[in-house]
Ligand binder design. Structure first.
Ligand SMILES: NC(=O)c1ccc[n+]([C@@H]2O[C@H](COP(=O)([O-])OP(=O)(O)OC[C@H]3O[C@@H](n4cnc5c(N)ncnc54)[C@H](OP(=O)(O)O)[C@@H]3O)[C@@H](O)[C@H]2O)c1
Length: 252
């Protein structure tokens, strides 16, 4: 997907994408690369990131590390400044959802791991990014419809995604005076990345289709438009909000 013209030009923009090693983050990396952005790719697996970088046409820094680590996030910001002179867009996209477990059976350590990566990791990325961003910067956090419509067994994941929506609302007020925006994208059910596991469950697969206005799961081509919009000039007056990309799942 390519954006053109005055409102959509992302050429040369300096964009950090966390969770860029596979799944949806990998799709985002391709979409921003296609639009001429210069990228900082973050995940724990250096090999996966290098593989993504090797498939891109433009410049991309491979920045392996853990989003739960505050110093690592600051090092990512510094690497972007050293190489590209700054950061324009920081997409906090890394997340985990390792298990389905009722609250009464969930180990506290599992809860902490999910909230640490998904919510604290987003906070630390936004914090590091906002510290070095100039006027017109963009912070985008990948959320989920489960943040507003939690499902049994996914309490930690849902709570982390709900927390993201509050995070961007508070952050938007703090960075607004510098013309920086902070928004979330609440994704519905995609058949790639974390969603691929659920997509293979025949009962759930059909259940989601029946409860989605557009009558289908999200595909890779449905993803990037919202992120490109929120990263571009077209969204300069959009902040503190959650853009839902779920085919109408939240309606039904
Ligand atoms: N796929 C869906 O249907 C769906 C639906 C709603 C929302 N989402 C959201 O979309 C985003 C991307 O999910 P996905 O489906 O693409 O998941 P995925 O395929 O599992 O990819 C997750 C990415 O995050 C990285 N990551 C995980 N833990 C990390 C950590 N501690 N530090 C740094 N990187 C870490 C992973 O790489 P390493 O393991 O190498 O670190 C990987 O690159 C997430 O925020 C997810 O909640 C997805």
């Amino acid at each position: 997907m390519r954006m053109n013209g005055r409102y959509g030009d992302l050429a040369g923009r300096r964009v950090v994408i966390t969770g860029a090693g596979r799944g949806l983050g990998r799709i985002l990396a391709s979409a921003f690369d296609e639009n001429g952005a210069r990228l900082g790719l973050v995940a724990r697996s250096a090999g996966a990131l290098q593989d993504v970088a090797d498939g891109l046409s433009g410049e991309a820094l491979v920045l392996p590390g853990d989003v739960r680590d505050a110093e690592f996030n600051e090092a990512v910001a510094k690497a972007m400044v050293d190489r590209f002179g700054g950061v324009d867009v920081w997409i906090c996209n890394a997340a985990v959802s390792p298990e389905v477990s009722p609250v009464v059976e969930m180990e506290p350590e599992s809860w902490r791991q999910i909230v640490d990566v998904n919510l604290t990791g987003a906070f630390l990325g936004a914090r590091a990014g906002a510290a070095v961003m100039g006027t017109g910067g963009r912070i985008i956090v990948t959320g989920s419809v489960l943040g507003s419509r939690p499902r049994a067994g996914l309490s930690a994941y849902a709570a982390s995604k709900s927390g993201i929506e509050a995070l961007v609302k508070a952050l938007a007020q703090e960075v607004g005076p510098r013309a920086i925006t902070a928004n979330a994208v609440a994704l519905g059910w995609f058949d790639t990345g974390l969603g691929a596991h659920w997509h293979r469950d025949a009962e759930l697969e059909g259940d989601i289709v029946r409860h989605t206005a557009l009558g289908r799961w999200g595909h890779s081509g449905d993803l990037a438009g919202a992120f490109l919009f929120l990263a571009s000039e077209a969204s300069a007056y959009v902040t503190g909000t959650t853009l839902t990309v779920d085919g109408g799942y939240s309606l039904m």
